[in-house]
Design a protein around this ligand. Structure first.
Ligand code: ATP
Ligand code: MG
Length: 353
């Protein structure tokens, strides 16, 4: 039997960070033998908030970097299809069909879209940004995916996909799978500033491609309990990003417990806590760095991977769009008109010959 399919992806707005890893990439790597995997580089989604010419010009470099990030994390290009969204024509078609099946109030209620508009300094909601989850549904349905591993911020969007697939099936007959969402072990990783989620656009990220010195610098600049102006003041662990990262990235649980206890009692300096975190994160990133060095030695490879993936995804996407149009009866309309029209043209040609 064919394997079930999985789809997820990222916007090519910059390099990937620890939040991507724990929110989604860890699941991708873990599931790649079990599922037929599709990873989309969602450049059309980038256009919903960033569409200046220079942003578009940056897509190629960012997309290549992203492929390198994926492969460095252990995503095997032989087992997965990595593709560029804007080059897959059927995505635009499926998106338009889905736009007819959801209401404006349903989309307007999603807090994530307002957050995105605010983060991008947009005073009014663009039509395209309101349609962000609809376009995501088009992506997920492109390979007719069954599973979508994403971070918590995307959970409500996948729910829209489920509603759209059900609505489509209800109106036109069982055609599309209703995909399940899978949230990562860390649903939302906080940023180094402790303010909100780690995000490539907010300057609060530790990148998977950061070298060990950069990691040290970023960790030592991290937000921590502000009331601790000296090491002997008891500190708060809860919600403290330094300890959140220790929990996630430091496998030495005894060390983490010891640091926590001493921190609570005011018996450890921030420098020691952060030094140990630096070591833990660097240990975590070392195997990724090692793979990256091997991949970067062959600069042409990521583009080949992206090319082959995009060709393969386009074929499947065309198939899906055709299935949907057939179910809707849209292909029938055109087939009949074109047959009649062609017949008439032929007749006219014969008369005027
Ligand atoms: P941008 O700042 O451009 O929105 P981003 O860093 O939020 O970028 P996306 O491309 O929007 O990244 O997200 C890609 C995937 O990674 C999504 O599945 C998202 O849920 C997940 N993800 C992103 N940031 C985090 C995070 N801090 N914690 C957990 N998951 C995350
Ligand atoms: Mg985002």
């Amino acid at each position: 039997m064919d394997k079930k399919r999985l789809l997820t992806g990222d916007r090519p707005t910059g390099k990937l960070h620890l939040g991507h890893y724990v929110g989604s990439i860890a699941n991708r790597v873990r599931l790649q033998d079990q599922y037929d995997c599709f990873f989309i580089i969602a450049d059309l989604h980038m256009l919903t908030t960033k569409n200046a010419r220079e942003d578009i010009d940056a897509i190629r470099t960012n997309a290549v970097e992203m492929v390198i990030d994926y492969l460095s994390c252990g995503i095997d290009p032989a087992k997965s299809t990595i593709y560029l969204q804007s080059a897959v024509r059927a995505v635009y078609e499926i998106n338009l069909i889905f736009e007819m099946l959801v209401s404006v109030p349903r989309l307007s209620r999603l807090p994530s879209l307002k957050d995105m508009a605010r983060a991008a300094d947009l005073t009014e909601m663009p039509f395209g940004l309101l349609g962000y989850p609809v376009l995501q549904a088009a992506d997920i349905i492109t390979p007719r995916a069954h599973l979508v591993p994403v971070g918590k911020d995307n959970e409500a969007h996948v729910e829209i996909t489920r509603e759209l697939a059900r609505r489509f099936n209800f109106l036109y007959g069982e055609t599309l799978p209703v995909p399940d969402v899978m949230i990562g072990d860390v649903p939302t990783l906080v940023g180094t500033d402790g303010k909100g989620k780690m995000s490539k656009s907010l300057g609060n990220a530790i990148l998977l491609s950061d070298d060990s010195r950069t990691v040290r610098k970023k960790v030592h600049g991290m937000y921590t309990d502000p009331k601790r102006i000296s090491a002997n003041i008891p500190g708060t662990i809860e919600g403290n990003p330094v300890f959140i990262y220790h929990e996630v990235f430091n496998p030495d649980k005894v060390e983490v417990e010891d640091l926590k206890n001493r921190y609570r009692r005011g018996e450890v300096g921030d420098v020691e806590v952060k030094d140990k975190l630096t070591i833990a994160i660097n240990n975590f990133l070392d195997p990724i760095r090692e793979k990256r060095a091997a991949i970067e030695a062959d600069r042409g490879f990521p583009e080949q991977v992206l090319y082959e993936g995009t060709v393969a995804a386009s074929q499947i996407a065309d198939e899906t769009a055709m299935m949907m149009k057939k179910a809707m009866g849209l292909t029938g309309v055109w087939n009949k008109i074109s047959r009649k029209g062609r017949d008439r043209m032929k007749k006219l040609e014969q008369i005027t010959k």
